[in-house]
Design a protein around this ligand. Structure first.
Ligand SMILES: [Zn+2]
Length: 275
């Protein structure tokens, strides 16, 4: 059984695609060895960091909403193959049952299962879903230059245009009454978090605002994939303050699975604490 949490009338279920593990200095190239002191409990036995590649099934107003779609069925160099569809089926979620796919940003590990190959063509994996992407993000990733450097855009993102299932939305966008996209730029030009507010309770699916929980303490730590490191750090600090103040859940798809936690003060420091 996948783990899930209830936020007012909304349920959020964590469904993993796969995970990767790698060297700390690869994930956080600007962070020296010294700075890791006290965080060793996050290391694997080989001293690596393990990064979950997780998605979330959110049920709001009778709709089934998938937030991000993992790495996908195509095994790419340096990455494992994703298992999201099997994992969704295991939870009773068929591709046909997904009403909305909400994409936090257009990096490979968030759009992989947008499409599958059928008879030599890439078609939307979720045939009945609207796919929600921030227009500014779409524009940034569909420039000629970006498309040349990102094969996965041709495979996993552009086919959505042809089937009429794509909804390009403004940065702040109400997906349902309980669920809103919130601009959190820096990691990518128009990266979004997904805010959930229902029955006086709150949660935030943070996308790649942080790749690791300790970045919500050390908000200046840039991940290798942050496209604008300074803006990403400013956004991370601002959003971390907001989540700490409102006391809601801070939910990270790259955090140790299932990724549900809260920001609390421990010894004067803001720390992400798993539920
Ligand atoms: Zn990511």
């Amino acid at each position: 059984m996948a783990e899930q949490v209830q936020v007012g009338n909304v349920t959020i279920m964590a469904v993993p695609d796969t995970y990767v593990s790698g060297d700390r200095s690869f994930m956080f190239p600007d962070v020296g060895e010294e700075a890791w002191r006290g965080w060793e409990h996050y290391f694997t036995s080989r001293g690596h960091l393990r990064m979950n590649i997780g998605t979330f099934v959110v049920r709001s107003e009778g709709r089934t909403i998938l937030v991000d779609t993992g790495l996908g069925e195509v095994q790419r160099e340096g990455y494992p193959q994703g298992r999201l569809l099997d994992n969704l089926r295991g939870e009773g979620v068929t591709p046909e049952a997904v009403d909305l796919v909400v994409i936090t940003h257009l990096h490979l590990d968030h759009v992989g299962w947008n499409t599958v190959e059928r008879e030599g063509r890439r078609v939307p994996t979720f045939p009945n879903a609207r796919y929600v992407i921030v227009r500014e993000e779409w524009d940034a990733f569909t420039s000629d230059e970006e498309l040349r450097g990102r094969n996965y855009m041709q495979e996993c993102v552009l086919p959505l245009e042809g089937t009429g299932q794509l909804d390009l939305v403004e940065g702040t966008h109400a997906v349902t009454r309980d669920l809103t996209l919130v601009p959190a730029p820096g990691h990518t030009p128009a990266h979004a978090c997904v805010a959930i507010v229902s029955g006086g309770e709150r949660a935030m699916i943070i996308g790649d605002l942080a790749h690791h929980p300790l970045q919500l303490t050390e908000t200046a730590w840039a991940a290798w994939a942050d496209m604008d490191k300074r803006q990403a750090a400013e956004t991370r600090e601002r959003m971390a303050q907001r989540m700490e103040q409102d006391g809601g859940l801070a939910i990270g798809g790259h955090f140790p699975a299932p990724g549900f936690g809260r920001l609390v003060r421990v010894g004067g420091r803001r720390v992400w604490q798993a539920l």
